[in-house]
Design a protein around this ligand. Structure first.
Ligand SMILES: Nc1ncnc2c1ncn2[C@@H]1O[C@H](COP(=O)(O)OP(=O)(O)OP(=O)(O)O)[C@@H](O)[C@H]1O
Length: 274
């Protein structure tokens, strides 16, 4: 039985394995939308660390602040107070050029909608992540080919997005997020638009990115099945970290059951279970 307990403002920090420092440190962040008459505290007080090579899932009821948290880490949105450090560097104060460089060099993104460019092939979409970074031309093809082979999308590289299935598009998006070797991959409901079979293939792709390519991943999902592919889950409720569970040595199936217990406790949707 999973112990379900509330840890309103306690930092959910991973152990410092081998003394390595966190890739991501979220420190007492708060995000308030609106002004005087209409104020929403989307994030009240969230602190946690993500260590290199971790695959962390963020779960919580609708409106709990998951996307706001992800957007603040992604620098798509700004925090009202608190700090976010990526590989030891505070990103909350970055402005324009430094911000663009940080997003390009340090982050990989996977959204619910693959956001591939329609006029480019799979290869060109993935390669773009390298060329905008100024990767030497001779390095581009080998790097794209290597990541595509690892993630099982080598046969899709020659296709345009309109010729790809939803699952193939998402896996090309995963290759694009990974190819430039980012410090952190951020995924927002990456299986939200996929049927269950394609979702499983996509989740196995994320698992492979994590295990074979060493990607550190933070994934927001409302889906307990998707979350069970992560190694640790942070549950957000009303803008704070409510609970945290780790997979440890347990099987994915057992982890899924433990996740479901917390989701049920938090008032999750039974339809989230598969
Ligand atoms: N731009 C905004 N302006 C005002 N309120 C906002 C804005 N964005 C989010 N909110 C509010 O902040 C709270 C948290 O929203 P958020 O989208 O982070 O939740 P979520 O956990 O991702 O929800 P869901 O699972 O439904 O996507 C909600 O009450 C939401 O209405």
């Amino acid at each position: 039985m999973t112990e379900v307990y509330a840890t309103p403002s306690a930092p959910a920090c991973a152990p410092s394995a081998g003394g390595s420092r966190p890739i991501l440190s979220v420190r007492q962040i708060e995000k308030v939308y609106g002004s005087k008459d209409s104020v929403t505290k989307a994030v009240r007080d969230i602190s946690f660390d993500v260590m290199p090579g971790e695959f962390v899932g963020i779960m919580g009821p609708s409106g709990s602040g998951k996307t706001t948290l992800l957007n603040c880490v992604a620098t798509i949105d700004t925090v009202t107070s608190g700090h976010i450090l990526v590989d030891g560097r505070d990103i909350t104060g970055l402005r324009s050029r430094a911000l663009a460089k940080f997003r390009r060099d340090d982050l990989g993104f996977i959204f619910q909608d693959s956001n591939l460019l329609d006029t480019l092939t799979g290869f060109e979409n993935v390669a773009l992540a390298l060329t905008v970074k100024g990767e030497p031309t001779g390095q581009v093809k080998p790097k794209v080919d290597r990541v595509a082979a690892t993630l099982g999308v080598a046969d899709v590289l020659g296709k345009y997005p309109y010729q790809m299935s939803g699952g193939q598009k998402q896996r090309i998006a995963a290759a694009r997020a990974m190819v430039a070797d980012p410090k952190l991959v951020l995924a927002d409901e990456p299986t939200g638009a996929l049927d269950s079979r394609s979702a499983t293939v996509m989740l196995e792709t994320l698992e492979m990115m994590n295990a074979s390519l060493g990607a550190t991943i933070m994934m927001v999902t409302h889906d307990s099945y998707a979350a069970s592919f992560a190694s640790r889950i942070l549950f957000i409720k009303d803008g704070v970290v409510f609970n945290e569970i780790r997979k440890g040595d347990t099987s994915r199936k057992d982890f899924f059951s433990r996740i479901m217990e917390v989701v049920t406790f938090l008032g999750g949707d039974a339809a989230d279970a598969r």
